[in-house]
Structure formats: C-alpha cells, structure tokens
Ligand binder design. Structure first.
Ligand SMILES: [Zn+2]
Length: 502
C-alpha cells in the first residue's frame, strides 16, 4: 500500500490501531520463539500490510537503548519518527493521531553498522571450505573472481545484504574487491538499493593483484554519486607488494591511487595483514594517513604504528569472527585492548560471510568478546554496552556517518531495529546489553527500518521475497560451484599461488 493510500485509510478510520499492532507483535513474538522456522515461513504467517507504518509513527513502550549519552536508556520509552527522521526520543511522548508501533517486550535501538563486508562472494558459501585447503577462501574466491558476471554480483550482493539485514544490520560498507567493470559496480549498487539498506559501495580492483580502474570509479561517481540518500561511494585499494613494504620503499601507483581517491572525496578502505608490514610507515612518509582511511584487521601493528594512526585519526575495523579462525595464528591477537586504551575509533565487521558461513552480527559481537577474553596479557574487562556501542555508533563514525546515524537522537535518520526480549533464547532480559551480546541471534530481530522505511517485519521484507533472494543466489552459487570443481579436476594449479592474499 502506498503511503498516501495508507494515510487516507488511517484518516478514514481504517488504519491499523494499537490493538492491531499488538496482535502483530504477539504473532511475531510467538513465531520468533521457533528458531527452526525459516524467515520465509514466519513471513508467510504474517498478514499482508500488518503493522507497516507510513511517513509518521511512534515506536511506543519499548526498552530504548539510544546510544546517545544525552538521551540515555529508557526502559519504557518512545521514538517519534517523521519523514524518515527521528523527531524525539523520550518517555510517554505525545503524538496525537500518528500510527503506533507497539514495542512493548522489545529492545529499540539503532541498527548495526557493518564496516566491511565482501558481498560479491557471499553466494560462494558452501563452495568456500574451512576444512579443505584446496577449497579454502582464497583459492575459491581467486578461481571464481574472473568468472563472476554482473548478474552473479547482483544476486550475491542481495543475498549477502539480506542476511545481514535479517540480523539487524542497517548500514554496510560493501568492500568490493572484484569490481571487474562498471557494469559489475552498477549491479552491486542496484542490488543494495533493491534490499534498501544504507550502504557505502567501495569500488575495488578488477581482480586480486590488479590496480584501480580510475575511469570506472569516475563513471560510477558520475552516475551514482547523488542518486540516492542511502548510497555513498568509496574505494578499496591493493597494497604495495610485501617486498616494497619490507624494504621501506614507496609505490608510486599506490600513492597515486590514494591521492586520486582523496581528490575525488572518496574514503579509502584497506586490508591490513601479515603481508602489510611497513604500510603505515609508507603512508605516513607520503602524508596519506587521515580520518578518510579505514584500516581493517587490527592485528600485527607495532605500538608506534598504533599511536601514529590514532594521532592521525585513522579509522579501524575488527572482524573477530573471521580473525579468530583465519588470521590470529598468522598475525597475532586482535589489538582491541591496545587501541581501546588509546581511544581509537573502532568498529566491527562481518568481512566475508562466505568464509564465516554466516552474516550474523550477533556472532560478530560475541567473537570480539571471546577474542578479548582469551588474552592473558591485558585487562579483560569489557562491558557489553561498549560492544554494542562499537557495533552501532562506532561503525557510523568510521564510515563518516555519525552525524546522521548510529544513535537514536533527534535529527538523525530513523535507522532502527526492534529486538524481541521474550524469545526463548533471550528471556528474561535484565540487562539488555548483556542479553544482546551474550544471547542475541538474528531470529530475535523483529523489525528493521532504514530512514524510517520499514524493510523487515518478522522476517518479511517490504518489497522482496526473502526466500526467492536466497534461491536465486543459491542457483548462481551452485552453477559457479560446478565450474570451480571442473577447474580443480582439470588443472595443475599452484596451490601456494592461489593461497596468496590479495
Ligand atoms: Zn575483508
């Protein structure tokens, strides 16, 4: 139903009243206790149009975690939204005549922000195996990358983003390191807009080891730069070779790409890792470090590098659910404690849902907790509230969006999620932060809205069939899997080469 129609129906007394909302909430709560029920099954159980609000509504009576120090937490609070913007957050707000979303029994909070995810390969889940070196993440994605069509990219991005939306992610930095053409970039952007989340599309290289197509970046900027308020653009870059970095040299191509991106006003996402030692020094010598640099994987820095980057206001992202199994042995502990002590700007990210085998942001929060608690050499105290803050406001800050999202504050965009407290894995909720971090799972996410537009309710998407999104991606993924298996059986590939990290 269009907004105007809904408003007219409401004015005529045909709108959804508080009892309707409550019935919807109860149905969703009951359905949500059965984690075995697929989101599609839950979606089908919900009546068409139930609880879908229009341009102005009040989220009423929920446990509001504003993540805004000036607003605080409200165990029975309201959030008033008009035209996509939060108008007020408080107790027993007066908003006569507006639609009401009954949030009793729910946590009301800002959506999670995923600061780095490689959505182009989400559809390779199943093909990427953690238990088989021949089919590990890098061999599989390196083989698949040149075979991916824009159509594959489209289905993979919708699939990966939808999963994250279902776990409460409302904003995501899509680190596309397989931007093979402008058509691939278009496909990834269209897919993200189709799902409706707020995203940054970080234009990458046409393949691992290749350089940035600056003409393609400019064409994409011209086409999409101002196309939609939910979309921002950035880049991600290939690093100089380990030999250059180790020798303390420079790399004119890399430095040129960073400078060109800065001139275009595009923020830059970079992977750190065991092949990147020396990068911080190289960037500092060329005066490239700054708040527009997002350094991903906080492992292997020296104390001097950490201090320098924090001083230069570099942004950081940790992907603990990937870093624990994939890179801690190689790169050392996640340096959360050290960066936190310096007051660094920190965020969380899924990284690759194909390798992680899940796009669950609750798992990512928990993984940070586990990684931190594993350490014997630091103060292991870590408040759940701080983890939730990093997962929301922290993510908004590293993406340069904390002026518009990241907290429930008057004037910010209504990127809000509702999480059920009564579900069997959550109840009883005494401290909501503790429950979110220690017990939460995507099945508890009842409602997701971006810019005041309700995208998900009880697993049902506003415009897309979640099951169809999954089926189309699975079909493309299965076809790709057959081709990859054919390559493995017919080739004498150098496994060592395929395992290199781009
Ligand atoms: Zn990554």
């Amino acid at each position: 139903m269009a907004n105007e129609q809904r408003a007219a129906a409401h004015a005529a007394g045909g709108g959804l009243d508080r009892r309707d909302f409550l019935r919807g909430a109860m149905a969703a709560a009951v359905a949500g206790t059965g984690a075995a029920l697929s989101s599609h099954a839950r979606a089908q159980a919900q009546p068409e149009g139930a609880r879908t609000p229009g341009r102005e509504f009040l989220i009423s009576g929920g446990h509001v975690l504003s993540m805004d120090r000036n607003v605080g937490d409200l165990p029975e609070g309201d959030v008033h939204v008009r035209d996509g913007t939060i108008v007020a957050v408080g107790r027993k707000l007066s908003a006569p005549g507006v639609q009401v979303i009954d949030a009793r029994g729910m946590i009301v909070m800002p959506g999670f922000v995923d600061a780095h995810s490689h959505l182009w390969n989400a559809f390779l889940r199943g093909s990427v195996r953690g238990d088989d070196p021949l089919r590990g993440y890098f061999p599989t994605t390196n083989r698949a990358a040149p075979l991916c069509t824009p159509d594959d990219a489209f289905h993979s991005v919708r699939f990966g983003l939808m999963q994250e939306l279902l776990s409460g992610v409302t904003c995501l930095n899509n680190f596309s390191h397989n931007t093979r053409s402008v058509a691939h970039a278009d496909a990834e952007i269209r897919a993200a807009l189709d799902v409706g989340a707020r995203t940054r599309f970080s234009y990458g290289t046409p393949g691992r080891g290749e350089r940035l197509d600056l003409a393609g970046v400019k064409a994409t900027l011209a086409k999409w730069g101002r196309a939609d308020p939910r979309l921002r653009l950035g880049v991600n870059l290939q690093l100089p070779t380990p030999a250059v970095l180790k020798a303390g040299g420079s790399d004119e191509t890399f430095v040129g790409e960073v400078r060109a991106s800065k001139e275009l006003g595009l923020p830059i996402s970079l992977h750190y890792g065991d092949t990147a030692h020396g990068l911080v020094g190289l960037m500092d010598r060329s005066n490239l470090l700054g708040p527009d640099i997002l350094m991903i994987h906080t492992q292997g820095f020296t104390a001097a590098e950490r201090e320098l980057m924090v001083k230069k206001q570099v942004q950081f992202s940790m992907s603990p659910a990937i870093e624990i199994p994939y890179s801690t042995v190689r790169n050392g502990y996640i340096q959360f404690a050290e960066l936190e002590a310096l007051g660094a700007s920190l965020s969380l990210s899924v990284d690759a849902s194909s390798a992680l085998a899940t796009g669950d942001f609750f798992t990512v929060m928990r993984a940070l907790l586990w990684a931190h608690k594993q350490r014997a050499d630091v103060d292991r105290k870590l408040e759940p509230r701080r983890i939730v803050e990093i997962a929301t406001l922290g993510g908004a800050k590293v993406l340069g969006m904390d002026d518009i999202i990241g907290s429930l504050s008057a004037g910010k965009q209504a990127d809000i999620i509702l999480v059920r407290k009564r579900d069997i894995n959550m109840a009883p909720v005494i401290d909501p932060y503790y429950s979110l971090v220690y017990s939460g799972m995507p099945a508890n996410v009842d409602t997701v809205m971006v810019g005041g537009r309700v995208l998900l309710q009880g697993g049902r998407h506003a415009t897309l069939d979640v099951q169809e999104v999954a089926d189309l991606a699975a079909r493309a993924g299965s076809k790709m899997h057959e081709r990859l298996e054919g390559i493995i059986s017919n080739s004498k590939e150098n496994l060592g080469d395929l395992n290199r990290k781009g």
